[in-house]
Design a protein around this ligand. Structure first.
Ligand SMILES: [Mg+2]
Length: 247
C-alpha cells in the first residue's frame, strides 16, 4: 500500500490517463464520507444539544475528536466518558436532528484537502464528473443543493444528469451502486470510482480493471472487507515518480 492520500493518487492517475489518450474520461464519486465530511453535521448537532439544554458536554470537541462512524454515536459518547445516564437523552436528540433536511443543507462541507482535485477535474474539458450516492431518490433536490454548496464554482456542471441516486431504500445501496455503475460504464469511459465504504467497493469489483477503485480513507463502518485491488492502487498507476517513491 502506498503512503499517498487517495486524492493525490487519483490526481496523478487522472493526469496519466489524459496523457495517453484524447478521449473524454469520467470519474465517479460517492458523496457522504467521500466529498462531504459527515463529522461537521455530527458536531453541529452535538453542539446544538448543548445549546438547547444549556449543557457543555461538547464545548471542547472539534472535528478530529470524532473518531467513530456516525451511526455509532453511542460508542463515541462512551469513549468521551459522557455519563451513562445522559447518553440516551443525547442520542435521542442526535437521531432526531442529524439527517434533518435543515441540518444536511446547512452543514454540507467539502473535505478541504479535495479542492485542488476538484478544480483539476472540473476545469478539464476532457473529463466528466459523476456522483453516485446511497441517498434515496427523494433526497435528489437536497443533494443537488448540497453539491452546489460544496462546489459553488461548478454549479452549471452539476445537474440531475451527473447525479445517480438510490432508487430503492437504504438497504439496497450496494445493489443500486452496481446498477448505476453498469449504466455509467456502458456510456462513459469511467477511469475511477471513489467511495468511503469498502462494502460498496466490494460490490463493484466486476468493473474492468481500467476503472480504478479508490477507497476514500475517511470514516466508514468498521469490520468490512476491502477488495484487494483497492489496497494496491500503485499497481494501477504507471506514473514513474509516484511509483518510485512508494516503499
Ligand atoms: Mg459514503
Amino acid at each position: 500500500m502506498n503512503h499517498y492520500p487517495w486524492y493525490e493518487v487519483l490526481s496523478y492517475y487522472h493526469r496519466a490517463c489524459l496523457s495517453e489518450t484524447n478521449d473524454t474520461c469520467a470519474i465517479v464519486f460517492d458523496i457522504d464520507g467521500t466529498l462531504i465530511d459527515p463529522r461537521v453535521m455530527q458536531l453541529v448537532v452535538l453542539k446544538a444539544y448543548d445549546e438547547v439544554h444549556e449543557t457543555s458536554w461538547f464545548d471542547d470537541k472539534g472535528l478530529n475528536d470524532l473518531t467513530i462512524y456516525e451511526m455509532y454515536i453511542r460508542q463515541q459518547l462512551l469513549k468521551w466518558e459522557i455519563p451513562a445516564t445522559k447518553i440516551n437523552h443525547i442520542c435521542e436528540f442526535y437521531y432526531e436532528n442529524h439527517w434533518s433536511e435543515k441540518t444536511v443543507l446547512e452543514t454540507a462541507t467539502l473535505y478541504p484537502e479535495l479542492s485542488d482535485l476538484m478544480k483539476q477535474l472540473f476545469d478539464c474539458s476532457q473529463t466528466d464528473v459523476f456522483f453516485c450516492t446511497g441517498r434515496p431518490e427523494f433526497m435528489r433536490e437536497l443533494t443537488i443543493a448540497n453539491l452546489h454548496k460544496i462546489l459553488p464554482s461548478y454549479k452549471d456542471q452539476i445537474t440531475n444528469y451527473n447525479l445517480h441516486m438510490n432508487s430503492r431504500d437504504w438497504e439496497y445501496v450496494v445493489q443500486e451502486k452496481r446498477r448505476s455503475m453498469e449504466q455509467l460504464i456502458s456510456r462513459n469511459n469511467v477511469i475511477a470510482f471513489v467511495d468511503n465504504e469498502p462494502s460498496n467497493l466490494i460490490g463493484l469489483t466486476f468493473l474492468p480493471k481500467s476503472c480504478l477503485l479508490v477507497h476514500a480513507d475517511t470514516t466508514y463502518k468498521a469490520y468490512q472487507e476491502m477488495p484487494e485491488r483497492c489496497l494496491q492502487m500503485s499497481n494501477y498507476i504507471n506514473y514513474r515518480p509516484l511509483v518510485d517513491a512508494v516503499s
